[in-house]
Design a protein around this ligand. Sequence first.
Ligand code: PLP
Ligand code: SF4
Length: 340
Amino acid sequence: MSPIIPVLEPDCQVKSWKILLKQAISDPHHLLSSLGLGSHPLAEQVVTQSNFRMRVPQPFIDKMGYGDPNDPLLLQVLPVNQEAQVVEGFSQDPLAEFSDEADKQPGILHKYQGRILVLLAQACAVNCRYCFRRHFPYHDHAAKSDQLEQIYDYLTRNDEISEVILSGGDPLIVSDHYFQGFVNRIESIPNIKRLRIHTRLPVVIPQRITERLCQILAQSRLSTSMVLHINHANEIDQLLSSYIKKLRSSGVTMFNQAVLLAGVNDSLAALSDLFEKGFEAGIIPYYLHFLDPVEGAAHFRVDKTTALSLVKELRNNLPGYLVPRLAQEIAGEKSKTVLA
Ligand SMILES: *Cc1c(COP(=O)(O)O)cnc(C)c1O
Ligand code: SF4
């Protein structure tokens, strides 16, 4: 028995996802050498110290190509020199979330009618370099367990809210026990009809989809959906597909949101593959996000003309239900802005 294995619930799947999470790789040299890359042309001075460190779990690394410095999964997680560039229009808080008055209460973002984001967790299993919340002060904003009562109270008082969207951080980073407590509590609020989980965790650690999680979702009176975050077809493998099947047989509707990223998925071929392969795995494309202008991510930018023409080409090539909405979040708007 390895001494690092903590005593957990008697469910070996729970053990394994927590261990995979704990053992996520945070040293870029280690990642590169495990892929047979001694160095990387975009990361000569590899950044190991930063407030947004590299973090990537092994199951995601297993989906990267060996020896390929341009691997589309690697590029999403490797800190590169270009992050230090100062680019006009790219800021720390592009969506004005830090001090948004919509953030009426810690742990929630209530910007859109009928739906509320609950920031259940402070961290993610993976640190995506383009993340619009890469500078987000989760310490001040994620719901601490003693603030949950205030959140339940808010949901009860604002009875036009019918959907709770769990976001983060990554909401599935919490234990099944904690998750169940939350779900059971919101089930007791009559106006709440739907539960949506925005998560990337199953993509980077498919073992997160435990039997218990499936049971909680299957038994809930709420209509449940999960919005995964997959940007490239190579992220969808047999392992992930098998867990998605379990979620679907537990009555969960599966969607995907992707971010349009230069060098990762900004071609007709890459996007078509993503949406077709996703559908084979049981996932309906929901949003394709236009990159939010967050500091450190400017090298992922695709200009709007290119984005619009890509979506037009997709429409000519795929059935309508496989073409997501190209969307942008504009601070202060009442919904996401659909560009195409
Ligand atoms: C994206 C988002 C939602 C969900 O919007 P949908 O269009 O329903 O997917 C809700 N609240 C906030 C603050 C959001 O950013
Ligand atoms: S999983 Fe989502 S919230 Fe977390 S770092 Fe990646 S993009 Fe950001």
